[in-house]
Design a protein around this ligand. Sequence first.
Ligand code: HEM
Length: 133
Amino acid sequence: DLRGTLYERVGPDALRSLLERFYRHVAATAHLAELFPGSHDPALWAVTLEKQFAFLSGFLGGPPLYHQQYGHPRLRARHLPFAVTPQRAREWLACMQTALHESPEIDPDTAAEVYMALSRVAVHMVNSGDAEG
Ligand code: HEM
């Protein structure tokens, strides 16, 4: 793309603001929030946000911060302890869609591309049936 990587088009400050909005929506979606350590200790939302910031930085074509700090992401394996059902994947994506719409720093074309890239990954995180969640 002539306009650069998604990371360059979003920028680290807007990425951080996006994730702050995103995890506020996750925390407010009880069925999704119950998987996260932050639902037991609210201070842990910040830890989750930092990991996701580090991951998305590299995923969107910017600095590979997650690899540097935590090693290979092995995302599907790291999600296996959590019942990621089709419904929770839809909820996760809906929180992201809402957060993107609430982020005027991110232009609409870029937001749509970020959403499409994340929706492709989200389907691969599903590891449980809806009846198990
Ligand atoms: C971690 C849920 C999709 C990236 C987590 C954690 C939960 C979770 C409960 C643990 C948080 C923590 O230990 O702080 C879900 C659910 C999803 C989903 C329900 C629905 C599909 C995704 C997607 C991505 C992603 C699409 C990337 C594009 C990550 C990363 C971590 C993480 C990088 C941190 C892994 C670690 O170092 O422990 N996720 N996730 N997740 N998730 Fe997801």
